[in-house]
Design a protein around this ligand. Structure first.
Ligand code: 0OX
Length: 329
């Protein structure tokens, strides 16, 4: 029986409104309406879709907390390997990196750098086809990861559809904010359960849950930091790729900076060694990338790492490790 036109319109209006509320709340950290309004609209859309199943869309906001508990995760091969970063542990090693970069390019080539906070979470790849999220996978060993789409759909800051109907793969870091980590461990402590040692393990443990309802309750978040294939999008630089992802409605870190010298990179690193404690999530360093994509192509990769990027690692904080059991993540 054909669905009444008005009901079709109402469902479309609710889908769009909930998508917008979700974007403002989770991506912009700037809610448009009180939670009660969001919940009321969500309840109405769930009711409409239940009464008229033909209204259901794969990217409806009601489809975030998926269905059944999985028996396991499918393996996924990444078309472009998700590489790991080489490390620098002091300023001299950053100058060494700068020298190697300039040696790998022609002498008159200007080099500028993109600086990013190194989010201490779990690397994932998100695949969108014609603007719709079709798959989310862990990095795994860089070649083979696990399909955790149902868990990643529960992350509010991961949009189920983009602002444009483009097909691309993006990569980023899923993390658990500090306050959520504290709250989770308090609850675990009260239940006499093993605690997570740090937010990174808590995020990894949450994404490994076979029941999406558990992942949905862990308040995970994400920052995207690379396009799997940014050559296709006609972009010339990394900072343009970041701006493009933001335009599509993806969450990128507001502290990213495009700078034009290693002196400025070092100033950025020194700033965040000091200020990292004020962040609401953990970082374990700073990622520095040659900004020009042409220069990245010229520099290429070693067996394991890109020659055009490096991670400056902060000294590990001398944490008072308590003797509680640490949940095997
Ligand atoms: N943990 C992070 O925040 C992070 C990790 N990785 C990258 O870059 C990849 C893509 C190019 C080389 C490694 N950027 C980051 N910001």
């Amino acid at each position: 029986m054909a669905i009444d036109q008005d009901i079709e319109m109402r469902a479309a209006e609710l889908r769009e409104r909930l998508h917008r509320y979700n974007y403002h709340y989770h991506v912009l950290d700037d809610p448009l309406v009180p939670d009660a309004n969001y919940d009321e609209d969500m309840r109405e859309l769930i009711q409409l879709e239940e009464n008229h199943p033909a209204l259901k869309r794969e990217d409806s906001p009601t489809m975030r907390v998926g269905g059944e508990v999985l028996s396991g995760f499918q393996k996924v091969r990444h078309e472009r390997a998700m590489l790991s970063l080489g490390n620098a542990f002091n300023e001299q090693e950053l100058w060494d990196f700068d020298r190697r970069v300039r040696q790998g390019l022609s002498p008159e080539d200007d080099v500028t750098y993109s600086c990013e906070l190194k989010i201490d979470g779990l690397a994932v790849a998100l695949t969108y086809e014609e603007g719709r999220l079709v798959r989310g996978a862990t990095r795994g060993d860089g070649q083979i990861g696990e399909d955790i789409t149902s868990n990643l759909k529960t992350v509010g800051s991961i949009p189920l559809h983009l602002n444009e109907a483009v097909s691309l793969e993006v990569r980023g870091e899923v993390f658990m904010p500090e306050h959520s980590f504290q709250r989770l461990n308090e609850a675990k402590g009260e239940r006499g359960e093993a605690l997570f040692a740090n937010p990174r393990n808590a995020a990894a443990g949450s994404l490994r849950q076979l029941d999406p309802k558990i992942a949905a309750a862990r308040n995970l978040d994400i920052f995207l930091y690379a396009i799997g294939d940014d050559r296709g999008a006609g972009l010339a630089s990394h900072h343009e790729a970041i701006a493009y992802m933001k335009k599509l409605g993806l969450k990128v870190n507001p502290e990213n900076r495009h700078v034009s010298s290693m002196e400025e990179v070092i100033a950025y690193v020194q700033h965040w060694i000091e200020k990292r404690k004020d962040l609401r999530y953990e970082i374990d360093g700073i990622v520095i990338k040659v900004d020009s994509l042409r220069q990245q192509d010229e520099l290429g990769f070693t067996a394991k790492n890109p020659r055009w990027a490096i991670a400056y690692k902060f000294p590990a904080e001398e944490k008072m490790t308590t003797l509680t059991d640490i949940e095997l993540s």
